[in-house]
Design a binder for this molecule. Structure first.
Ligand code: MRU
Length: 345
């Protein structure tokens, strides 16, 4: 197991010749490979196959991808405005659920009238995400119960963001403050972000962690073995409904049934106030083979069908609070979200 990891996302060089480095998360925890990309196609491919993943991380990667794509398109002639628009549309189509992707790309389009300005904006989005992670960690750390057990789902750490993470940033901050607790990491089928990535990040930090099957969580809550659930989010609607990795909704139902506090941890860049409720959030459907096989090994009978929604939507009434860089939002979320977006953005 690697005991330290290279940066999830890095840019080296200037707007004319610089390239994007992405840690290939499909190979973790067994192999550490850094991709060096100089085309938007390469970035889109990395986003689609989850070499880079996690809502804030794909937003930052796509912003740099826009620099690469626009630069390449300009060598074939045409205006900056046409080139950036075409590249933006291609990048935004890579994955539909995490709003950070479209948010970051459209922010760059609005801010830049040349390549230098475009790279400056991408770097700004990168550094702002780092700061947002620190803010979420700071606001959320007091929620972590001393001596308790925290359940988390998917991967929400340094691999999913440009900083310390969302839900995992809260755990890292609490651990640094001296709180002692244990973590249960849902393995997170089908692509096992919990078992492969969250377990790795927590182990590197020395935080006691056990991986569980996703289906074990409710039973452990019923036995009083979990005191807090922390997850990230890919998109939060105006009313507090939110999309996250498939399997989050059943966790929230179980948490409500057993009086376990359920907190979402998300930066303001993950909020989409244009959507009234979670019913409007587009849910990515991925290839069925991700369900019928694990790491290329076929499990199901040849030719069997499978469904693979990559995310689900949790209604706001199951959420205790939403930890953001601007503080912890409480119900009624329509009001607390509106106020946070007015002040924070
Ligand atoms: O399909 P993934 O691995 O990109 O899904 C990631 C998640 O569901 C995370 O919980 C989410 O992006 C928020 S945490 C940064």
């Amino acid at each position: 197991m690697p005991m330290s990891l290279p940066a999830t996302i890095a840019w080296s060089g200037d707007h004319e010749t610089g390239t994007l480095q992405l840690l290939d998360q499909t190979l973790l925890p067994h192999e550490v490979v850094v991709l060096d990309l100089d085309t938007a196609e390469g970035v889109i491919d990395a986003i689609v196959r989850l070499a880079v993943r996690g809502a804030p991380a794909i937003g930052v990667a796509a912003a740099y991808g826009l620099v690469l794509g626009t630069r390449r398109a300009l060598t074939a002639g045409g205006t900056f405005a046409t080139a950036i628009r075409e590249q933006a549309d291609r990048l935004v189509a890579a994955r539909p659920t995490a709003v950070n992707l479209a948010w970051a790309v459209e922010r760059c389009v609005a801010a830049a009238s040349d390549l230098q300005e475009l790279l400056r904006e991408a770097r700004l989005i990168h550094s702002e995400d780092e700061a947002a992670c620190a803010g979420m960690g700071c606001h959320g750390a007091p929620l972590v119960p001393e001596g308790g057990t925290v359940l988390t789902h998917c991967n929400t750490g340094r691999l999913a963001t440009a900083g310390d993470g969302t839900a995992l940033a809260v755990l890292f901050a609490a651990w640094r403050e001296g709180r002692r607790f244990r973590v249960l990491a849902d393995e997170t089928r089908p692509l096992l972000q919990g078992a492969r990535l969250t377990a790795l990040e927590l182990a590197v930090e020395g935080i006691p962690t056990e991986v569980i099957c996703d289906g074990a969580a409710a039973g452990l809550m019923a036995r009083g073995e979990i005191q807090l659930v922390l997850t990230g989010s890919d998109r939060v609607a105006a009313n507090g409904d939110f999309a996250n990795k498939v399997g989050t909704y059943p966790l929230a139902l179980a948490a409500a049934a057993h009086d376990v506090p359920f907190y979402v941890v998300a930066p303001l860049s993950t909020f989409d106030a244009s959507l009234r409720s979670g019913a409007e959030i587009p849910i990515e459907e991925r290839d069925a083979t991700e369900v019928t096989a694990i790491a290329g090994h076929e499990l199901a009978p040849a030719g069997i069908g499978a469904r693979n929604p990559a995310f689900d939507c949790t209604p706001a009434h199951l959420v205790t609070g939403i930890v953001t860089e601007a503080g912890i939002l409480r119900p009624p979320f329509v009001e607390s979200i509106k106020a946070a977006l007015l002040v924070g953005r």
